[in-house]
Design a protein around this ligand. Structure first.
Ligand code: ZN
Length: 264
């Protein structure tokens, strides 16, 4: 964990259900607010992680959860899976359907099944009036086609696309989430994307335990390290770091319907 001099950090995308946190999850989450983190959204990837995210949200007031099936797991989805997601969404700490989308890089599920499950969950989100958290990898054109078709509220998380794609997503009324990837030496597109879109569309996220920002690469990421991502984003937007953190928190609260006053 990082000691940060900042406050009011909202990590809009984390995976605290991941086994990487098994040795010290409670220890970490019990102390995270003393290190500047005021809220976290845990992103579900399958039914077990969606359940686990909700369980953690019952334990920690600052913890929220999304429920959904990642494109990697699309293959296993049946109508019962969608029914279970629908019932999980009744929990008041569930703020989104996600992460859902298309992953044509790993292709762990057949593409046709990925599209079908993505569309089922876009419809579910609409029915539940919940925003979506989108995962899109090497599938920009098809993701955009489906976003235009269903017009969800939501965020494209861990954005690494071009400025042009960024403008198009923002033009649909959506948000872009950025991880520690923007601190990596070889990152270029994501930086141009940040500069291309208005500040009120930017979210900060860790995707922890993955995407650890420089200089901690190789270590396990957690929400306190987001300050380094905020620093890079602030620099690109010519803003003080704390102001960037505050703006990203306000954006996150607006998107996910969370009262800022409810945060510690
Ligand atoms: Zn994720």
């Amino acid at each position: 964990m990082e000691q940060t001099q900042y406050h009011g950090i909202f990590d809009s995308h984390a995976h605290y259900d991941d086994e990487a946190f098994d040795p010290d999850r409670d220890e970490l989450l019990n102390h995270i607010s003393q290190n500047g983190v005021c809220a976290v959204i845990n992103a579900g990837c399958d039914l077990p992680s969606s359940h686990e995210g909700i369980a953690l949200s019952q334990k920690y007031p600052f913890f929220y959860s999304s429920i959904g099936i990642h494109p990697h797991e699309a293959q296993s989805v049946t109508q019962e899976t969608i029914e279970e997601l629908r019932s999980l969404a009744q929990n008041p700490k569930v703020v989104a359907v996600g992460e859902i989308g298309l992953d044509y890089h790993y292709d762990l599920s057949p593409r046709e099944k990925q599209r079908e499950v993505f569309e089922q969950q876009l419809l579910l989100a609409k029915e539940l009036s919940l925003p979506v958290i989108i995962h899109s990898r090497e599938a920009t054109a098809e993701t955009l086609t489906l976003l235009k078709k269903y017009r969800p509220q939501g965020v494209v998380h861990c954005f690494s696309g071009s400025a042009e794609t960024a403008r198009e997503i923002v033009g649909l009324g959506m948000y872009l989430g950025f991880t520690g990837m923007i601190t990596f030496k070889n990152t270029k597109h994501a930086l141009e994307a940040i500069q291309a879109v208005p500040t009120d569309r930017l979210l900060l996220e860790t995707d922890c335990p993955y995407m650890t920002p420089v200089p901690y690469r190789g270590k396990r990421c957690d929400s306190t390290m987001i300050a380094l991502t905020a620093q890079k984003m602030a620099q690109l937007k010519n803003l003080p770091i704390q102001e960037m953190i505050d703006l990203a928190r306000q954006n996150t609260c607006r998107l996910f319907g969370i009262e800022e006053g409810a945060l510690g």
